[in-house]
Write a protein that binds this ligand. Structure first.
Ligand code: ZN
Length: 375
């Protein structure tokens, strides 16, 4: 099954990072779900309240207080409810979690467990047959961070219902043109009527049309795309990360920076996963574009690690970093953060457990030889 096959027994749970993502990426799907008599729940993770430029313009004031931002968040909730009504979804289907807008990556890296504990009960409570989540390849950092959070929740508590197909998990991308997403995504054909209704739903987000009218309305003509997620999907490189190769205790990362992106003097590599006790662990590393040394910023979390060497020239190379703090039986996630404005160059990569990646002895030696000297 490459796209959802809704029946009246289906239960759809859509996670939207911001009010408007339901309209931009899932309008056609929501209309079809409603027509099939599906029970729908839409969870808005943030209120999209950290959105200063349109707010300054619309409210004609430069300095925005916390109260101003809350008011903006309430306005965006109202717009989302109006858009849902256009799509045939009752307002009672919506839930708002009000996590901090533009801060989901920071939450994931610093206090991820608390966020995961918000999501698991929602999934338990709704018992979805189909779960729609943002893509980890989305270039909006809130989208990709939420995607990682949901994958962590699913692998921890729902792996059986996902493996047996009782719950199908689908991912959608809103921002960027990641080939890691587009190459695998299934396109959903839309009728003219469905597209017209989608346009009407997008128009409900008046605050967002103020500055990005053309881009926003353009989403109505773009087909919706989905990827069905399975456990242990192969990792596909994205952005500057060409490939990753995981061994039980190390991770080899091959990078190739585009000359255009060389303006950015350095990038930060995030690596995140669970340790053997199941606790979330994360590490940040500075990857300079023109130096030979990868600097591990949170050395305390890696214990004994001082650094890892970077092999290659200014534009391309590879480094091997120790990942022994992470459980080799669980997936780990990596992202090379290279931001321009508030978008990333690319989202996160999911790297399956080593148990699912059989390798030959010869290859193992070759990879281990790339390990840094550790003091
Ligand atoms: Zn969004």
């Amino acid at each position: 099954m490459l796209i959802p096959a809704f029946t009246s027994r289906s239960r759809l749970l859509l996670f939207a990072p911001h009010p408007d993502d339901e309209s931009l990426a899932c309008s056609i799907l929501l209309q079809r779900a409603v027509r099939a008599g599906v029970a729908v729940r839409v969870v808005y993770v943030t209120d999209g309240d950290d959105n200063p430029w349109p707010q300054r313009l619309l409210e004609r004031k430069w300095r925005l207080s916390a109260a101003d931002r809350r008011r903006w968040g309430r306005l965006r909730r109202t717009e989302a409810l109006a858009a849902l009504r256009v799509l045939g979804v009752n307002s009672s289907a919506a839930r708002f979690l009000a996590l901090p807008d533009q801060k989901l990556t920071a939450i994931l890296m610093c206090n991820g467990q608390s966020a995961l504990e918000r999501f698991a009960p929602i999934i338990v409570d709704w018992e979805p047959t189909d779960l729609l989540a943002p893509s980890i390849s989305d270039t909006h950092p809130d989208h990709s961070a939420l995607a990682v959070m949901l994958r962590l929740v699913l692998s921890e508590s729902f792996s059986e219902v996902v493996a047996t197909g009782q719950m199908a998990v689908w991912s959608y991308a809103v921002h960027g043109r990641s080939s890691a997403f587009l190459d695998r995504a299934e396109t959903i054909c839309q009728s003219r009527l469905e597209a017209a209704t989608k346009l009407q739903a997008i128009r409900c987000h008046k605050t967002q049309l103020k500055l990005s009218r053309k881009r926003f309305l353009g989403y109505a003509g773009r087909p919706e795309r989905l990827i069905r997620l399975y456990a242990c999907d192969k990792t596909i490189g994205d952005g500057s990360i060409v490939s990753v190769f995981r061994l039980p205790r190390s991770l080899r990362v091959e990078v190739r920076f585009s000359p255009k992106a060389m303006r950015l003097s350095e990038s930060t590599l995030f690596v995140l996963g669970r340790d053997d006790a199941g606790a979330l662990r994360c590490v940040r590393m500075r990857v300079p574009a023109r130096s030979s040394r990868v600097e591990i910023l949170d050395s305390a979390s890696l214990g004994y690690v001082a650094g890892a060497r970077y092999y290659g020239n200014a534009f391309a190379g590879q480094f091997t970093i120790p990942v022994s703090i992470f459980s080799s039986a669980r997936a780990i996630f990596a992202k090379l953060e290279r931001r321009s404005w508030f978008f990333d160059e690319a989202g996160w990569l999911e790297i399956p457990p080593t148990a699912s990646q059989p390798i030959t002895e010869a290859h193992r030696d070759q990879v281990e030889a790339g390990l840094a000297t550790i003091r």
